[in-house]
Design a protein around this ligand. Structure first.
Ligand code: HEM
Length: 406
């Protein structure tokens, strides 16, 4: 049994990728040799890194692991507070950094808006938005950047509709999100972005209180059990979590399909594969490579021959778990017909992604729209020239995607 006092090899979170869409190879080696290993955090303390699927799933579902205190596994520890919102006001209302019982009532306040049934009611709006964006992209001519023309505006506009803000407000949440997710943002940039964002969100909530409509923020504004800070924090976290992850996933999916021989043609030939393809792409790409919120053991836990002591930090590598060959045979193969159900791309347990049905709907309808309207879609530059996000970013994938289609 390896314990917290063991002084064997300690790793820092591997982030260097050799192939742009494959996890850092070091993670695969760790999964084989030390699936739960000592991890050195940027602030100098030591915890654990999990790369095995079954252990990852078990810890995420285990209520003995809390999300407090918040300790980012990569980046400058001085930025931890701004980056994760771990100060009192920013933390209020943020599901990701709340533990039960607070998490329970916060999640209950919005969960009803994100059920499969409620999300299905948005299908028409999502389809129309897909069609409008593709019309505009075709009119603009080739080459085009698929991220700017399609994969980013789609989830942003859907989020505007869902939360009940005008489409022109897109930039108000896209910019601060980019700053927050970017590991190279300075503390000053993070602080300024947060203040502006909070002002914006408070203004929107005031407006919703004065003239409520049929949208998520009006619904929240009517909720008298939430404090003002909780309302603002919840709204902020929905704005932040709700668009960029989906945008990166959509663009990276197209990149993966176009650069893996035969995959785009297979989907074009049989669009009924789109739904299973989306699940496999979620597994294969795992655009949130590491859980957003480091877990902390609230009791001693023995798991996978390791003794995790109470108060020790645990980081789960979702991208390593989703490439575990014991769970997904031939895991590095993008197999559009694979049953990828059970993947951990949306996390697991009480913090599992609340927006996952919405993300799936956007990914499915977005890919269908592209296959129908742009069947000859191809990269406008060599695959190696397509820029990717910084690998240590909280959401990783294609940054820009120059494409042609005629
Ligand atoms: C492909 C797109 C998406 C991916 C890959 C993704 C991934 C994730 C992951 C991995 C978590 C859990 C993190 C952890 O346990 O530390 C999470 C949580 C969350 N996601 Fe998503 N997400 C996506 C889209 C969305 C959308 C569209 C929304 C909202 C409209 C959303 C809102 C949230 C929220 C609020 C949480 C926190 C839930 C809680 O703590 O109870 N996400 N997401």
């Amino acid at each position: 049994m390896v314990t917290g006092h063991e002084t064997g090899t300690t790793v820092v979170l591997p982030t260097v990728r050799i192939a742009p869409l494959d996890p850092p190879p070091e993670l695969g080696q760790l999964r084989e040799t030390r699936p739960v290993t000592r991890l050195q955090y940027p602030d100098g303390h030591r915890g654990w890194l999990v790369t095995n699927y079954q252990v990852a799933r078990a810890i995420l579902a285990d209520r003995r692991f809390a999300v407090h205190p918040i300790r980012p596994a990569v980046g400058n520890p001085a930025k931890a507070i701004e980056n994760t919102g771990s100060d009192a006001t920013a933390q209020a209302g943020n599901l990701l950094v709340s533990d039960p019982p607070v998490h329970t009532y916060l999640r209950r306040a919005v969960a009803g808006q994100f059920t499969i049934r409620r999300v299905a009611e948005r299908s028409e709006f999502v389809s129309e938005t897909v069609a409008t964006l593709l019309d505009q992209m075709l009119t603009g001519g080739e080459p085009a950047d698929l991220v700017e023309s399609f994969s980013l505006p789609l989830p942003s506009l859907v989020l505007c509709e869902l939360l009940g803000v005008p489409p022109s407000d897109r930039r108000r949440f896209e910019e601060p999100t980019d700053i927050r997710l970017n590991p190279n943002s300075t503390i000053e940039e993070l602080a300024a972005a947060r203040i502006n964002f909070l002002d914006y969100v408070r203004g929107v909530i005031e407006h919703k209180r004065a003239s409520p409509a049929d949208d998520v923020l009006s619904d929240l504004a009517r909720n008298e059990t939430l404090t003002g800070n909780e309302l603002a924090g919840m709204a902020m976290s929905l704005f932040i979590a709700g668009h960029e992850t989906t945008a990166i996933m959509l663009a990276s999916s197209v990149y993966a399909l176009l650069t893996t021989p035969g995959r785009w043609d297979a989907l074009r030939g049989d669009p009924s594969l789109v739904n299973s393809a989306v699940e496999e792409l979620l597994r294969f790409l795992t655009v949130v490579p590491t859980i957003f919120a480091t877990r902390t053991a609230t009791a001693d836990v023995d798991i996978a021959d390791v003794h995790i002591a109470a108060s020790e930090s645990v980081t789960i590598s979702l991208c390593a778990a989703n490439r575990d060959p014991d769970r997904f045979p031939d895991p590095d193969r993008l197999d559009l017909e694979r049953d990828a159900a059970g993947h951990l791309a949306f996390g697991q347990g009480i913090h599992t992604c609340i927006g996952q049905h919405l993300a799936r709907l956007e990914l499915q309808l977005g890919l269908r729209g592209l296959l129908e309207r742009l069947p000859n879609l191809r990269l406008a530059v060599p695959a190696a020239k397509v820029p990717m996000h910084a690998p240590e970013r909280n959401a990783y994938g294609v940054l820009r995607l120059p494409v042609e289609w005629s």
